[in-house]
Each structure stands twice: as structure tokens, then as C-alpha cells.
Write a protein of this length. Structure first.
Length: 214
């Protein structure tokens, strides 16, 4: 925290293709989204400039532990395994793992147990699929938009990710009338802002920002 204030800048890892949390606005060409708003609030609270560094799910922890960023605000689900590598501030968003499917194709969760499903590398959703549906064929992609493109091309039958992310993805699809997000969930996901292990001062400052916002 002292180093950030001395430098007058905080570097935050965010997504750039994961609406509504982090994506490039097509008109302004600027990064925008729910997580970007939180990153701006944290920088304002600390009285420093904000530098955004784009990431993908698999690269979030490596960027943080190697000190290439100060914090990660990128739809980051809190898990016990991840909490051994990084520290999390208080949860700021709750969602659940859901599926994007063709309308009427998979009316029940168990209908997916033998399906070909697209997931994002390095996410809890990818891991949960292997545990819950060991007979399913899981194809992993770097980004959720690529997974959905594979589904639209017929290479996978469903795409899985947190429900809020799928909703943002579907809302922007030109053929969204063909698809749906059924109400069933595979898990509950709590998102947290991550800092390096032991950075208690920065974590507490982020918590204070979250409490003010809420």
C-alpha cells in the first residue's frame, strides 16, 4: 500500500472481453464494465492514478504473485485453493455457474452429463465440470467469447460460465433468440478482489472502499 501511494499509481488486472464485468466499449474503445467501475473507485479512494492491465482467467494469479499488478478485479471466484496463493477482500458479487444452450435443448441439468461443453481455462467452472460431469467432453478455451463461438459453430453443445457473464454474452449476440440460460445452477460463486499474500494494508483499503460503495 505504501509503495502504491508513493508511486501515485495502482495497477489492476481486469478482463477486456468478459461483459458485463470488463470489456471494450465499441464506441469509445475504452475498457468499461462492472469491475472497471470498482477499479476506478479503489484508485479514487487511495488518491492515485489507475493503470489497467488486461488478463485472462488462467493468468490472473501469475500476474499478481509476480508483482506485475497490484490487485486483480476480474470476476475472480473465491476458493480455498486460490486463497492459499492470494488474499481476497470481502466478496462484492454473488452469482452461480450456469449454462448457455440452444432453446429447449437441455431442459434439466442432468441432461448435460454426456454433452460436449465449452469452458474457460483456469476457471472454477472448468474444474467443476470435471467433478460433476466426468463423462462429459470438456473443451477449454482462453475466453468465454471463443467458447460461445465454438458453440455457434457446432463444435460444442453448451457453454458454461457464471450466470452474470453468460447473460452479458448472450445480450450482445446477434442470434440471441436461438439460445437461453436455463435457471439451474451447478454452483454458487462469490467474487473477490485479490491482492498478494500478506498485503493486509491494501486489502483493508479495498474493503473500506467496498463498504462505502455498498
Amino acid at each position: 500500500l505504501d509503495d502504491i501511494k508513493k508511486a501515485g499509481k495502482i495497477t489492476v488486472a481486469v478482463f477486456d472481453s468478459n461483459p458485463p464485468f470488463g470489456y471494450v466499449d465499441q464506441q469509445s474503445k475504452n475498457l468499461t464494465g462492472y469491475d472497471i467501475d470498482f477499479a476506478n473507485e479503489i484508485a479514487a479512494k487511495l488518491g492515485v492514478k489507475l493503470e489497467l492491465k488486461t488478463t485472462n482467467p488462467a493468468n490472473r494469479i501469475p500476474l499478481l504473485v509476480s508483482s506485475k499488478v497490484d490487485t486483480v478485479v476480474a470476476a475472480f471466484t473465491i476458493t480455498d485453493e486460490r486463497a492459499q496463493q492470494v488474499d481476497f477482500a470481502t466478496p462484492y458479487f454473488v452469482t452461480g455457474q450456469q449454462f448457455l444452450v440452444k432453446k429447449g435443448k437441455f431442459p434439466k441439468l442432468e441432461d448435460l452429463k454426456n454433452a460436449k461443453i465449452g469452458a474457460v481455462k483456469g476457471t472454477t467452472g472448468e474444474q467443476q465440470l470435471h467433478t460433476s460431469f466426468p463423462q462429459a467432453k470438456v473443451l477449454s478455451f482462453d475466453e468465454i467469447a471463443v467458447a460461445f463461438a465454438a458453440q455457434r459453430n457446432g463444435n460444442v453443445q453448451a457453454t458454461t460460465q457464471d450466470g452474470a457473464i453468460l447473460a452479458g454474452l448472450l445480450a450482445a449476440a446477434p442470434d440471441k433468440a436461438k439460445y437461453e440460460i436455463p435457471s439451474y445452477k451447478l454452483s454458487v460463486e462469490n467474487y473477490g478482489i485479490a491482492v498478494k499474500k500478506g498485503e493486509t494494508g491494501l486489502k483493508n483499503a479495498i474493503n473500506q472502499t467496498l463498504f462505502v460503495i455498498s
